[in-house]
Design a protein around this ligand. Structure first.
Ligand code: TXA
Ligand code: MG
Length: 311
């Protein structure tokens, strides 16, 4: 049976809450990408998420909560980490902290690590769902492991519709790339996965922010070289398409799909995964215009480089 796709009115939210409490899986919109949500405290629900995504069990999940207070009840946040949370939550920033002994996020969701990834999303549907459920929901991107993340309900339906219980359709995701993930355990934050919240924005609140996995930090599997991958071969920084290629454009170029004719990075991020998916269904080779490696362009190039890597 295919999961129903529901407009997130109060009835649909109530049905989603009941599903989640029963251990079922619900795809929910967030401002970054659609997440496949399950009860973080329920190992059977979490096991099903791994199974549905065909995700390596060693790849831990992000626990989503309704408020910073709820996050501080699960993980150990330093004063500086708390001020960073105050600046960016709700929003697309995920903190890796040490789990506290009382955490209700099960071991399987944390892949057996002593650490825990936490985020308070900003999307009104996710917020509604989280506050009504009242307990943490794990929600990896709602796509098969290693494939392109979904930014529309129909992406989720196409990829996982047969395997999950409900899809809430909140329209297209505003940000379009996954949250920035930081290791917030130390004296200064370490960026494990770039996203729309930049290193500079983080550094302005908590000085000393740096990019990279950092010694001793569990490597974020979002850093696996090939991830976010289409079937088609990708050629980056292409001024024009060669014969046999479809151009994914940026700026004033003649292209099969254009991430942003005006050269806007937020618009390009919001379009990235949907346009990659569309071109991937019809073409074997995709050329991509150069995209500036500044601000949100860093996160876009990070996803494109992983999508292009065939090792
Ligand atoms: O925007 C997002 O973050 C989306 C939406 C749905 O919230 N979620 C998402 O989840 O992208 P997922 O599971 O696809 O990516 C989670 C990332 C992975 O790179 C994972 O390795 C990392 O967070 N992560 C989770 N727990 C971690 C931990 N304890 N230590 C280091 N990295 C961790
Ligand atoms: Mg993912």
């Amino acid at each position: 049976m295919t999961a129903p796709i529901l407009k997130p009115d109060p009835n649909a939210i109530a049905r989603a809450v009941a599903c989640l409490r029963a251990g079922d899986l619900v795809a929910m919109p967030t401002e970054t990408v659609y997440g496949l949500a399950g009860d973080a405290a329920n190992p059977a629900a979490v096991a099903r998420i791994y199974e549905v995504k065909e995700r390596p069990v060693f790849n831990p999940l992000i626990a989503h909560v309704a408020s910073a207070k709820a996050a501080f009840a699960q993980g150990d946040f330093s004063e500086r980490a708390k001020s960073l949370a105050a600046a960016f939550w709700p929003g697309p920033l995920t903190f890796v902290v040490n789990a506290i002994a009382e955490t209700t996020v099960c071991d399987l969701a944390r892949a057996g690590l002593a650490t825990l990834a936490l985020r308070v999303p900003a999307h009104p549907v996710a917020r509604d769902l989280l506050s009504q459920v009242g307990t943490p929901l794990v929600a990896p991107s709602a796509n098969p492991s290693g494939k392109i993340s979904p930014t529309r309900a129909d992406h989720v339906a196409g990829d996982l519709g047969e395997k999950i219980d409900l899809i809430l359709d909140g329209g297209p995701c505003e940000v379009g790339v996954e949250s920035t993930v930081i290791d917030a355990r130390g004296e200064a934050p370490i960026i494990l996965r770039p996203g729309s919240i930049s290193e500079a924005a983080i550094d302005a609140i908590w000085p000393g922010a740096s990019a990279g996995a950092g010694s001793g930090a569990p490597i974020s599997p979002g850093q696996l070289l090939r991830h976010y991958a289409p079937e088609a071969r990708l050629r980056l920084d292409a001024e024009a398409a060669l014969e046999g290629e479809a151009l994914l454009g940026f700026g004033a170029v003649d292209a099969a799909e254009n991430l942003s004719p005006d050269g806007s990075l937020p618009e390009a991020a919001a379009n990235l995964f949907a346009m990659l998916r569309k071109l991937d269904t019809a073409h074997d080779r995709i050329a991509v215009s150069p995209i500036p490696r500044t601000g949100l362009g860093l996160a876009i190039n990070d996803r494109l480089e992983r999508a292009a890597n065939r090792d």
